[in-house]
Design a protein around this ligand. Structure first.
Ligand code: FRU
Length: 516
């Protein structure tokens, strides 16, 4: 099939149950873009909006293997009926308009805008054809999806990576006032690390001419996490190698990288995130965390990362994965976003979502550093209706309940005298159980430890259409679950094993972030 590109999108009819085909777009005999698409002309379930605007005016010849007829439509816009009001569409969390997303990539703050890139398949709501999608926000809560940032090319598909602002113009690429935004990503054929950059605040992104910046080392080495390290006076990249092994590289110029160290992260793999964070006492520490949220805390000393304690876990659920922190945030803030994985949910148009952006802190308790996460305070921008209850008295075994709306919510519970008690909290058919005898907290089947000593128990919950995020122990325990909210059970209820008083409860419904 031959086509002269006159519109932004080619729309391919797809059905994830159909056979996968290789669709190659060629210009003058050279393949310029290729995707795996489950083409189904007769019974399409998904419109794959494939952006071809970079080939505008050019003649594309499209080949499909194994061969089949192609009926392709063209459009300048993504006309998606009922966008953002789909049954499963998260209302307080980011998800991609059409297709699939996984890991957050290249989280960076540049010139007043938060940029979130992410692993994206525009070709179906399943993992495949990794591109980098792109969304922007002014407040970390409301996101606007932008044009595709990185497309697969003859070096492979575009796997995860990170971003940094080249404030010192180290690359010498800056053209105006705005510093260069730099992306590091993995290409997969073979697996090596590459750089891309933007001189206009990520409106346009170019791949670096002298890629790769880190050659293939082993297996499917991937997911570069870049940061500037004051202690070393160098840039550092943390890279996932294989099994539970990661490597650190340093560079003076962002272009030539030297391996300095290998680090074993017991029980973790993929997507390292290396960042520095201050404790409330002003102590500066470095954290290396893997995709499973197992983390090391340490310092850069004598040219190396030196961990000061054993690896710890932040996350005890099954959904959050491959989190990443924003680089270049003002005022030393540390904020991260996780991919919230969906399991066994059939979404026709889109699949997967991100977590609420999480404020991180590092606290030293009895000689051990603990990383904590809590929803960023910016979430208050979408608080809608607030219900507050004080000194609520619960009678043993009796349920106390409050009506909820059919909406996303954030709940906060603060209680003191719960020693040896058991408190169970239910909402939209989900249950959180706090067992103060055995000091544990459970979200359905996912259990985490508590360190309740008879002082205060604080629990925060964010619930949306298909995810629950639970925070306790001041955010040191993070439990997430992918589970569809039962919207017929619009009720918040509490039951305790023994009589008790709950000092404060605050239930805030959340406005949709998609309402303008
Ligand atoms: C983690 C991961 C990364 C990889 C990406 C591919 O979810 O497997 O290691 O770069 O996803 O989409």
């Amino acid at each position: 099939m031959n086509i002269t590109v006159t519109k932004k999108y080619l729309i391919f009819p797809v059905n994830i149950s159909a056979d996968m085909r290789r669709v190659c777009m060629n210009i003058n005999g050279e393949t310029v873009y290729a995707l795996n698409l489950a083409i189904d002309n007769e019974n399409p379930k998904f419109n794959a909006y494939i952006d071809v605007s970079r080939f505008m005016g050019k003649d594309l010849s499209i080949s499909v293997s194994p061969e089949t007829e192609l009926s392709v439509r063209e459009s300048d816009t993504m006309d998606i009926e009922g966008l953002y009001s789909e049954e499963l569409r998260p209302q307080a969390h980011f998800s991609t308009k059409n297709g699939w997303n996984n890991d957050p990539n290249g989280l960076v703050y540049l010139d007043g805008t938060y940029h979130m890139f992410y692993q994206h398949n525009p070709g179906s709501p399943k993992w495949e054809n990794m591109h980098w999608g792109h969304a922007e926000s002014k407040d970390l809560i409301h996101w606007e999806e932008k044009d595709m940032a990185l497309y697969p090319d003859n070096t492979g598909t575009m796997f995860s990576g990170s971003a940094i602002v080249d404030n010192k113009n180290t690359l010498g690429l800056q053209t105006g006032e705005l510093p260069t935004g730099v992306l590091f990503y993995t290409s997969t054929a073979p697996f090596c690390q590459r750089m891309a950059y933007s001189t206009d605040g990520f409106k346009t992104i170019k791949k670096y001419e002298n890629n790769p910046v880190i050659k293939h080392i082993v297996d499917a080495n991937r997911d570069p996490s870049v940061v500037y390290c004051q202690e070393l006076g160098k840039y550092v990249i943390a890279l996932y190698l294989e099994k539970d092994i990661y490597a650190l590289f340093t560079s003076d110029d962002l272009v030539s990288w030297t391996e300095i160290q290998r680090i074993k992260m017991d029980g973790d793999n993929e997507c390292p995130d290396l960042f520095c964070i201050n404790t409330p006492d002003g102590e500066r520490k470095w954290v290396l965390i893997g995709a499973h949220d197992r983390y090391l805390v340490g310092d850069f000393k004598n040219g190396q990362f030196v961990s000061v304690q054993d690896i710890r876990s932040l996350h005890f659920g099954n959904s959050a994965y491959a989190g990443q922190s924003f680089s270049d945030l003002p005022n030393g803030r540390a904020v991260r976003v996780d991919w919230l994985r969906w399991f066994d949910l059939s979404a026709d148009r889109f699949s997967q979502q991100m977590s609420i952006p999480l404020e991180m802190s590092l606290n030293k308790i009895d000689g051990t550093y603990h990383l904590s996460v809590l929803p960023v305070k910016e979430i208050e921008a979408i608080f809608d209706k607030t219900q507050k209850y004080e000194n609520l008295s619960l009678k043993a075994g009796e349920k106390t309940s409050f009506a909820l709306e059919d909406s996303a919510y954030i709940f906060k519970i603060h209680a003191k005298a719960l020693k040896d008690n058991k408190l169970s909290v239910s909402f939209f058919g989900k249950t959180v159980e706090c067992d103060l005898k055995e000091n544990s907290i459970k979200l359905d089947d996912h259990k985490g430890p508590l360190s309740y000593t008879g002082e205060a128990l604080d629990v925060t919950v964010v619930v949306d259409r298909c995810t629950v995020e639970l925070f306790s122990d001041d955010g040191r325990i993070y439990i997430t679950e992918c589970t569809v909210a039962d919207r017929n059970m619009c009720e918040f209820s509490l039951t305790a094993e023994n009589d008790c008083i709950i000092e404060n409860i605050e239930l805030n419904s959340l406005k949709s972030i998609w309402n303008k």
